[in-house]
Write a protein that binds this ligand. Structure first.
Ligand code: TYM
Length: 354
């Protein structure tokens, strides 16, 4: 991508039950990216109220996600860590994007269909507009890269559609600005918002439920045995992995042998991501092994990796004042960037500012 300063943005909802899918699909990758990029990591509390408005535990859940960021190794001095509702630009830009995006685009979102279920008419308007707020999160900072799990792919495609339509609809105003960037197309047009690149990948881009290899691991699954929570202790982790669904065959020696074996594929992917390697290497070590032996090794690895993180999360959460200070500092720095973008957006759209 040319012209735009490279910047990473991503968000996690404070809806409780932070699990291994969030950690491996997103948070560990946030940690790695801070070595190469300036990064902004946001606890998206405005998103958290779209499915359920009244959440008495919202403050502690917001602090829990922040603690998970810090305990996993995100440095809040080098990066920006904050919660969304402290920077009003998110809601403001989302409103403008509500007027850019089409209802049809929102109706096509599989996550909306899943979350709204059969009674779509009764879903909140916020749930329908969720992807528009997500686009605002990213584009408020004109972020170029967004690390997420695979379930967010469609939302990021929509973010690009919104950026593109805004850039097209306001082309004359954008082309006249010094802070716009050449689009690199034949028409010689310019962009105000980048077409953000999703960063989706690794062996755990889609961690599945431990009870059902066809369903993704999720905060909302009624069975706690379907997921490993970041704050689970050794006994809980061991019990859940031991009970995890498998098939009767031993592990294959090569990746091709995982085809049609979703539960085996999932556990091997989890092992690979926790060990910082890939599935082929794991099968190199465990090909031919029975699940009982593999699960015992997976328990040890999971406890080694998650144990210290859970302990550090608990330590940090015992001092909510410290977490709130981190969020306040991050919000101040985020606001400075966001305010500049909002001034430009208002000028582009034609809103008088005094
Ligand atoms: P949320 O809170 O549902 O999930 C946070 C991150 O965890 C990833 N994830 C998974 N990855 C692998 N396997 C799984 N089973 C799994 N479950 C969740 C998600 O893909 C996500 O990366 N819409 C976002 C929050 C958001 C956001 C943003 C993200 C709001 N604004 C702007 C990026 C940029 C979400 O639902 O996250």
């Amino acid at each position: 991508m040319t012209g735009f300063r490279e910047l990473v943005f991503s968000g996690v909802q404070p809806t409780g039950n932070l699990h291994l899918g969030n950690y491996l699909g997103a948070i560990t990758r946030f940690v790695a990216l801070q070595e190469r990029y300036d990064c902004i990591y946001c606890v998206v509390d405005l998103h958290a109220i779209t499915a359920e408005l009244h959440q008495p535990d919202l403050p502690s859940q917001t602090r829990e996600v922040t603690a998970a960021f810090l305990a996993s190794g995100i440095d809040p001095r080098r990066n920006i860590v904050f919660n969304q509702s402290q920077v009003s630009g998110h809601a403001e830009l989302a409103w403008i994007f509500n007027c850019v995006a089409r209802i049809g685009w929102m109706n096509r979102m599989t996550q909306f269909k899943d979350k709204a279920g059969k009674d779509r008419e009764n879903a909140s308007l916020g749930l329908l507009a969720y992807p528009s707020l997500m686009a605002a999160d990213i584009l408020l900072y004109r972020a170029t890269h967004v690390p997420v799990g695979e379930d967010q792919k469609q939302h990021l495609e929509l973010t690009r559609d919104i950026a593109q339509k805004f850039n097209n609809d306001f082309q004359p105003a954008i082309a006249a600005r010094a802070d716009s960037v050449p689009a690199g197309d034949e028409a010689g047009s310019r962009q105000f918002f980048p077409l953000t690149e999703p960063l989706i990948g690794g062996p755990a881009a889609r961690v599945m439920s431990l009870r059902d290899g066809s369903k993704k691991m999720s905060k909302s699954d009624p069975s706690d045995f379907s997921r490993i929570n970041l704050t689970d202790d050794r006994d809980a982790i061991a019990g859940k992995i031991r009970k995890a669904k498998t098939d009767p065959e031993p592990l294959p020696s090569e990746e091709a042998g995982l085809a049609g074996r979703p539960e085996a594929d999932n556990l091997v992917g989890i092992y690979a991501a926790l060990a910082g390697t890939d599935k082929a290497a794991v099968l190199g070590d465990f090909g031919g092994a029975q699940f009982s032996a593999f699960k015992a090794a997976l328990v040890d690895l999971a406890v080694d990796v998650l144990g210290p993180i859970g302990a550090e999360m608990n330590r940090l959460q015992a001092d909510p004042g410290h977490i709130d200070a981190v969020l306040a500092d991050g919000a101040g720095r985020a606001r400075a960037i966001a305010d500049e973008t909002m001034r430009a957006v208002k000028d582009i759209v034609g809103m008088v500012r005094s």
